[in-house]
Write a protein that binds this ligand. Structure first.
Ligand code: TRP
Length: 343
């Protein structure tokens, strides 16, 4: 209630400030007020595949753009396309946005951003939720991107996830790692995970797949040989998570994952960020670029604080009865205000 009142008051103020300037949209935001858009801008939003985390990000971006005064059909043209996990579709989408003379491209997830980058000589690109922007070749450095591309990063805290394995399943000795090697984000995360796991004395066995069918086969084989399973925030895994988590649960293998949404879709546990906040920040960066800021000089915003621990209650209940290695929630985790039990 309080928030709504605040929003209304600032909208009214913005309306007063902008009175007489009919082409500029009303806005509740200070930054947008200072440099309101002069004419309808075209914003091209693209996403690699449908899965809950990317959908949350997309909805937050579009909502925040509206809060900032860019409402589709009124003050802006916001185009949205989903590539159904096909790289060739991404290239078609991006060349379409470029030839439509979009003012900005917002690219959700690593493969999307890599495709958008090919058109960044024509259109500035803001990426969203790219795990490793340097490793994916999108920016020269996080602080000084250097090209016409910048955005937000969801750097996965693989060390904390690995520590969580030790806390919830202390007798685990071998970890199976499942991912799509075609995703640069996963390649980076798996490399970091393997290094940290080795330093903790865990043995890692990895298997990859490029789609749900091959990932399911890989998961079934892996589950026979390992104590626990881990997938980073891999888009291909996330889009098939409901099926993959069932394979692990049937094999009584606790399945650690790289994002909260993957726990909601049946994964056992993770340590992760708030993707809605990341989506909103992505929209704010896009607005800054529309207002004339140079992406080359805008540091990547890395989300790695305010992490929560997510544990799937149903998985925990089932694994408590019977699991390859015993599961537990120690008091240090149980009493933490960061713990979210996912029902
Ligand atoms: N970080 C992923 C990438 O770089 C995108 C992503 C965001 C994701 N949230 C996720 C992937 C959740 C899987 C699950 O492409």
């Amino acid at each position: 209630m309080k928030n709504t009142m605040k929003k209304l008051t600032s909208l009214m103020m913005a309306g007063t400030l902008l009175a007489g300037c009919s082409s500029a949209p009303a806005s509740s935001n200070q930054a947008a007020q200072e440099s309101a858009p002069k004419e309808k801008v075209t914003i091209g939003v693209a996403q690699i595949v449908d899965h809950p985390s990317l959908n949350t990000i997309r909805d937050a971006i579009i909502d925040e753009l509206e809060v900032q005064g860019y409402k589709d059909g009124e003050t802006a043209v916001i185009k949205y396309q989903n590539a159904a996990n096909q790289i060739s579709n991404l290239d078609t989408i991006m060349s379409g946005y470029a030839s439509d003379k979009a003012d900005i491209i917002i690219a959700i997830a690593t493969p999307t951003a890599q495709s958008a980058q090919n058109f960044s000589d024509k259109v500035p690109v803001i990426f969203s939720a790219v795990s490793d922007p340097v490793g994916a070749g999108l920016v020269k450095s996080l602080n000084k991107p250097g090209g016409n591309v910048t955005g937000t990063s969801d750097e996965v805290q693989v060390d904390q996830i690995c520590d969580l394995i030790g806390e919830l399943t202390p007798s685990a000795k071998t970890v199976g790692v499942l991912y799509n090697a075609g995703e640069a984000n996963s390649v980076s995360n798996v490399k970091k995970f393997k290094e940290y796991a080795a330093s903790k004395g865990l043995k890692v066995v990895e298997k990859t797949g490029t789609d749900l069918t091959t990932l399911q086969q890989a998961a079934s084989v892996l589950c026979q040989d390992v104590d626990v399973l881990f997938s980073p925030n891999d888009n291909t895994v996330a889009s098939g998570m409901a099926a993959l988590s069932q394979i692990a649960l049937k094999a009584k293998v606790p399945y650690y994952v790289g994002a909260d949404s993957m726990v909601k879709d049946g994964g056992f546990a993770t340590v992760g960020i708030d993707y809605e906040a990341l989506g909103r920040e992505t929209a704010l960066m896009a607005v800054n670029v529309l207002n004339g800021n140079d992406p080359a000089e805008m540091p990547v915003k890395v989300f790695k604080d305010d992490l929560n621990v997510y544990i799937n209650q149903n998985d925990f209940d089932q694994l408590s009865k019977s699991s390859k290695v015993p599961v537990q929630i120690p008091d240090s985790v149980k009493n933490s205000d960061k713990l979210v039990m996912v029902k």
